[in-house]
Ligand binder design. Structure first.
Ligand SMILES: NCC(=O)N[C@@H](CCC(N)=O)C(=O)O
Length: 622
């Protein structure tokens, strides 16, 4: 009997706090990672973005490893502890790799040995990916294991609270770590404080581990049932082989292709594999949701850079967790019960389909915003065009004639200057509020706000310092960004509503439909859909793009609508199961008590081993 508070097992308190700290650690580190690549390691944008996405994809691939270790070998509890240690070491390694003083022998503020910092940070990232991904399917499933059969309502609420903690951790760290980075620190020279920005997530990971261990005495710990993954693979392999051996039509068909393993494998194992395969099959279309969802961090962020509004930019990076924190309780307490009251069956798979449609609508909204932005962007010459800029410094208007066959975009400034002898130079700067032109004792000062995204040319006559500053002509080559970032809020709102319907439900669904000994494996399968989604983003980003960004958004939206239709058809044919009930039924059919069942499985395994040894002896004899 586990200790309870308000109908909930007390042990889940430690699990949700652990998740909060772990997600703080993960998202905090992620928030400054690209900046570290870009401004510390001095990588270009493309390399920084590619390594970042590859790291995220790795974080969602390693859950398979964690699940196999947990379900087959160590059990969830020990797997979480060991992999959290790996994770914490990774975070500390990462934080150390950002101390520029370690290799800054000449004390100029930049590291002298980049190879050292790159190697150390890559090692740190691999350990982090192993740790964060490895524990991810185990923590959610371990949380679920704490509930008893009569607590199914609380179990669903647990997954929602779990998701809230993820996003509370992510919200706080996304706000805090960039501020920590902006501080200055260092032994020899003061630089942007990456060690603090990465160090705090490392500390949070250690706290997360300590909190998890603190709850040790209260957890329900289910033991792993032998090397289950190996048994599953062998059983599937045997079913395929056996089916192939009996391919002739003279053999009677079996209800399910896995039934071809009946000759050798235990009925219970076959029933469990059928349950898992059914769910994994249903997952096939799901990566498309993540393909759209994860573009929040890339395409949508880039879209925001072509928009105006400085304050909103901080809001935009945190809008997803903020909306999650508000939408999850609204959905759970208001919308879903209301739908139920109306007599509608809003089953988990229906919710997921609607979630996908919301994500598709978010991309339609992004496309509409993009069309607005495009109207304000200057026309750049395409690959079959050239751009000719004529700055008229003559005192009267000149006519420019262009052959009608030439494709030229004409920019006319209507500028008239007193002299044509200039030296051209271009200055690109961020956040310019004022600048001065200084020559000896004289200067001209320009003090005003220059718009973001704008480009200006200042034409300075040779007489300026003997004459007056008024003779300087300012030309606005490109207008400042004028479409406000607030216009992105609907698309964030839509995608987050989609996330609540899709992701929170998917998490619950993966747990509820998995047999007891394969809970982590199905969680890992669920997380894998995210990894594949990220890989699709990487491929699409590498392969050429459509000429218009809005068209690309619409293409993604249409693809997701198509995928959601396919998914809804698949979902229609899916029958929800209670794995415990099916397992009990199979046991009953076999006339076995649970203990006897386990004994039989062990005997099977032993028989298998004996056969193998026998074969080995035969082979040696030959
Ligand atoms: N809002 C982002 C979020 O909550 N992400 C979750 C879930 C990711 C997933 N693929 O299930 C997280 O755990 O970080």
């Amino acid at each position: 009997m586990t200790a309870e508070c308000c109908g909930y097992p007390i042990s889940i308190f430690f699990i949700v706090v652990n998740e909060f700290c772990e997600r703080f650690s993960y998202y905090g580190m992620r928030a400054v990672l690209v900046l570290y690549f870009r401004y510390f390691l001095l990588w270009d944008d493309d390399l920084a973005t590619s390594i970042y996405h590859a790291f995220v994809a790795l974080c969602y691939l390693t859950p398979i490893l964690g699940a196999i270790i947990a379900d087959s070998w160590l059990g969830k509890f020990k797997t979480i502890i060991y992999l959290s240690i790996v994770y914490a070491i990774g975070q500390v390694t990462m934080a150390i790799s950002t101390i520029h003083d370690i290799t800054d022998a000449n004390r100029d503020g930049t590291p002298d040995n980049f190879t050292f910092h790159i190697a150390l940070s890559m090692l740190g990232l691999i350990l982090i990916a192993l740790g964060t991904g490895g524990i991810k399917p185990c923590v959610a499933a371990f949380g679920g294991d704490q509930f008893q059969e009569h607590q199914s309502r609380q179990l669903n609420t647990f997954f929602s609270v779990f998701y809230l903690c993820i996003n509370a951790g992510s919200l706080l760290s996304t706000l805090i770590t960039p501020v920590l980075r902006a501080q200055e620190c260092g032994i020899h020279t003061q630089q942007q404080c990456y060690p603090l920005a990465f160090g705090v997530p490392a500390v949070l990971m250690v706290i997360s581990l300590v909190v998890f261990i603190a709850g040790s005495g209260m957890y329900v710990k289910t033991d792993p049932e032998g090397n289950i993954m190996w048994s599953v693979c062998k059983c599937i392999g045997f079913a395929i082989k056996n089916r192939f051996r009996h391919r002739s039509s003279s053999y009677p068909k079996r209800e399910h292709w896995m039934d071809w393993a009946n000759e050798k494998y235990d009925k219970l194992l076959i029933a469990q594999i059928k349950m898992v395969l059914k769910v994994l099959f249903l997952y096939i279309p799901l990566p498309m949701f993540w393909t759209l969802f994860d573009q929040k961090g890339s395409r949508w962020t880039l879209q925001a850079t072509t928009m105006s509004g400085d304050f909103v930019s901080i809001l935009i990076s945190t809008v997803n967790p903020i909306l999650i924190l508000t939408l999850v309780p609204i959905m759970d307490r208001l919308i879903f019960p209301l739908i139920q009251k109306c007599g509608l069956n809003f089953s988990p798979l229906k919710r997921m389909t609607v979630g996908m449609l919301f994500a598709a609508m978010a991309f339609v909204s992004a496309a509409l915003v993009q069309i607005e932005i495009d109207k304000t962007l200057p026309n750049f010459p395409s690959s079959s065009e050239s751009q000719l800029k004529v700055v008229n410094t003559y005192s009267t208007t000149l006519n420019v004639t262009i052959s009608p066959n030439e494709h030229l975009l004409i920019e006319s400034f209507g500028v008239q200057l007193h002299t044509s002898k200039h030296t051209y130079s271009t200055i690109s700067c961020m956040f310019v509020n004022d600048f001065s032109l200084i020559h000896g004792e004289q200067w001209c000062e320009f003090s005003r706000k220059f718009g973001f995204g704008a480009s200006y040319t200042f034409l300075i006559p040779s007489t300026v310092f003997s004459d007056d500053c008024e003779s300087i002509t300012e030309v606005e080559d490109m207008k400042p960004n004028s479409v406000h970032m607030a216009l992105q809020i609907p698309q964030y709102f839509l995608i987050t509503t989609g996330e609540v319907m899709f992701s929170v439900t998917g998490l619950q669904f993966s747990y509820s439909q998995a047999p007891k000994n394969m809970k982590s494996v199905l969680q890992a399968g669920w997380l894998c859909t995210n990894a594949v989604g990220n890989i699709i983003v990487l491929i699409v980003a590498e392969l050429g793009k459509l000429p218009k960004q809005w068209a690309e958004y619409l293409l993604f939206a249409s693809l997701l609508v198509a995928v959601s239709i396919i998914f809804s058809i698949m979902a229609y044919f899916y029958t929800y199961i209670d794995p415990a009930e099916i397992e009990a039924q199979v046991r009953k059919e076999q006339g076995l008590e649970p203990e006897e069942m386990e004994k039989e499985t062990l005997e099977m395994e032993e028989k298998d081993e004996d056969q193998k040894n026998e074969q080995g002896v035969k082979q040696t004899k030959i």
